[in-house]
Design a protein around this ligand. Structure first.
Ligand code: FES
Length: 557
């Protein structure tokens, strides 16, 4: 052994590594791979059979929620080196929810393809996924699942609680609330703008149980992160510790050849659906988990969301469904406590395997609840049935979903007169018009905001209420669309109507003054128009022209 050489021995490894196809000495090709890699200052023996660990980074200053992930990557690298591996960090397209237009969702699949090909085409034996903002988490899991080499995720963690004049501010949820207060005249525009200073006051993703926190919780429940990862605040020192031990762990996963296909089983997905109900998680999890299941070859349908999540109580008292924020969730014990409580009431497959190499039941065995007002007992649940409900009927033959924990119970069975908007621009142009023929019993219907219609299925389904209704003190109405809504949003909002209007779903032909019936308990949504009339309207309907003239979106048409 030369001076300063590593003590690593290939003899310790049970199998030939994938990266050796690139780096084993011997010919012109491996010469090229090795010599170019060394321009980054790697000693010769770093490429002699040590596991190469890719660190897939969605860091970007245009994705503020992931703006600290280069620091997290450095902590992962420490762990990889400690365990005998060699880290290579690489960038992928980063989809920030707060700035990217027309909507980050348009690019989730593009990111997943970027991730998949970057992993497949490069000499790595295992990969650590660094994500945070909404779409980055599912996109990275999807891409990695398609390649199926040892994979582990560490998320960036939530921001600290926002603060304004002594009150906590909730990411997103308070933006929706304050903007409605401005529209109703309860808050001045100056005060609204002043809240901006305290809204996002630390690195990290949204501090509510929005989509980012939900997807971090889904990744943990699925077994793709180490236990306890989801809730650690971005700026808490324990986030860095989590990153470092994740770096250590991926090297052992390579040694054990523990791959996503061993972890992402049907049971793991059922655990995730139940957990999403328990945490009052985002409706976006429906779309992302179905896509991930497809990547790994697990049969999972929209109906499974209703069936599997049915009867699971919402026990996490976090906004938008409840009261607190992710900081309090972490201090209360975080997701392991929720999983343990679910296991205690028979709503968790405790034998599902995680990246730890152990069962999820073993991972959570020592979890303790330190604040039972943040993580409630099932007897004190926010709702006893927190699972996503899937309604079907002539208005949405393929289904429309609703998150019961964020809805108004009295509106979950409702018959109302439709007030329709053909596009989101149409809605924005008319919703503040005092002459709009609408009252609080009406149902707002928004069309052409689905995957093709928008394009990209924007988070606009939680349409703000007309000011004249807000001034009456009414804060919720039934709303229906083919759009999504932010995980931070709330209300009696029916989403993802399928088929979407742009694909000639019946939503396209709803007219003002049609009567609509919503019956969540019986999973029914009905347009009170005869079948013959629906067919005739569809026959005469002229769809909106495609919205994208160039770029990736054009490929959707
Ligand atoms: Fe990034 Fe909410 S905007 S997580």
């Amino acid at each position: 052994m030369g001076v300063g050489a590593l003590s690593f021995s290939k003899a310790n490894w049970p199998r030939r590594l994938r990266s050796q196809d690139w780096f084993e000495k011997g010919d012109k090709h491996t010469y090229i791979h090795r010599s170019w890699a060394k321009n980054q200052g790697l000693p010769d023996d770093a490429l002699d059979g040590r596991p190469i660990i890719g660190i897939c980074n969605t860091w970007s200053e245009f994705t503020p929620c992931n703006g600290h992930l280069r620091d997290i990557a450095e902590r992962v690298k420490r762990g990889v080196y400690e365990a005998g591996g060699v880290p290579f960090e690489f960038p992928v397209f980063s989809t920030g929810e707060s700035m990217l237009r027309p909507t980050a969702m348009l690019f989730r699949n593009l990111v997943s393809m970027d991730v998949e090909e970057a992993i497949r085409g490069n000499p790595m034996d295992g990969v650590v996924l660094l994500a945070g903002c909404d779409k980055t988490t599912p996109a990275l899991l999807m891409g990695a699942a398609s390649v199926d080499i040892p994979t582990i995720m560490v998320t960036g963690g939530p921001m600290l609680n926002g603060k304004f004049r002594g009150e906590d501010l909730a990411s997103g949820s308070d933006v929706w609330r304050f903007s409605e207060m401005v529209r109703s005249g309860e808050m001045s525009l100056d005060d609204f703008i002043e809240t901006e200073q305290g809204h996002a006051r630390s690195p990290g993703h949204c501090n509510t149980m929005g989509t980012a926190s939900s997807m971090a919780s889904m990744a943990e429940t699925l077994g793709m992160t180490l236990s306890g990862n989801a809730a650690i605040p971005a700026v808490d020192a324990r986030r860095r510790v989590m990153a470092q031990i994740t770096g250590r762990r991926i090297v052992d996963m390579v040694k054990d050849d523990l791959k996503p296909s061993h972890i992402l089983t049907r049971r793991a997905f059922e655990n995730a659906i139940k957990t999403n109900a328990a945490i009052g998680g985002s409706t976006n999890a429906v779309i992302h988990l179905l896509a991930l299941a497809g990547r790994i070859g697990v049969e999972l349908t929209l109906d499974d969301w209703d069936k599997v999540g049915n009867g699971v109580p919402t026990i996490v008292n976090l906004r938008p469904s409840g009261k607190y924020l992710m900081e309090e969730f972490f201090y209360a014990g975080g997701l392991p406590v929720v999983l343990k409580q679910l296991a205690d009431i028979g709503h968790l497959y405790s034998d599902a395997i995680t990246v730890s190499g152990r069962s999820i039941g073993e991972d959570i065995s020592t979890a303790r609840n330190w604040n039972d007002d943040v993580i409630l007992s099932p007897a004190r649940a926010l709702t006893q049935n927190g699972g996503i409900a899937v309604l079907k009927g002539n208005l949405a033959p393929g289904g429309v979903i609703i998150k019961p924990s964020a809805a108004t119970p009295a509106l979950m069975q409702h018959r109302g007169r439709a007030v329709t908007f053909e596009t989101i621009e149409d809605y924005r142009n008319r919703i503040d018009d005092e002459a709009l023929d609408v009252d609080e019993n009406c149902i707002l219907v928004l069309k052409n905001c689905g995957p093709k219609g928008y394009p990209g299925m924007a988070e606009v389904g939680n349409m703000g209420l007309p000011p004249k209704i807000l001034r009456k003190g009414v804060t919720d109405m039934v709303r229906i669309s083919d759009a999504r809504m932010s995980g931070t949003a709330y209300g009696t909002v029916l989403l993802h109507a399928s088929p979407e209007a742009a694909m000639l779903g019946p939503l396209a032909i709803v007219r003002d003054d049609d009567m609509i019936e919503v019956d969540v308990a019986n999973r029914r949504i009905h347009l009170d128009v005869s079948d013959a009339e629906v067919e005739e309207r569809l026959r005469r309907h002229v769809p909106q022209p495609p919205q994208a003239a160039s770029g990736y979106a054009k490929a959707l048409y």
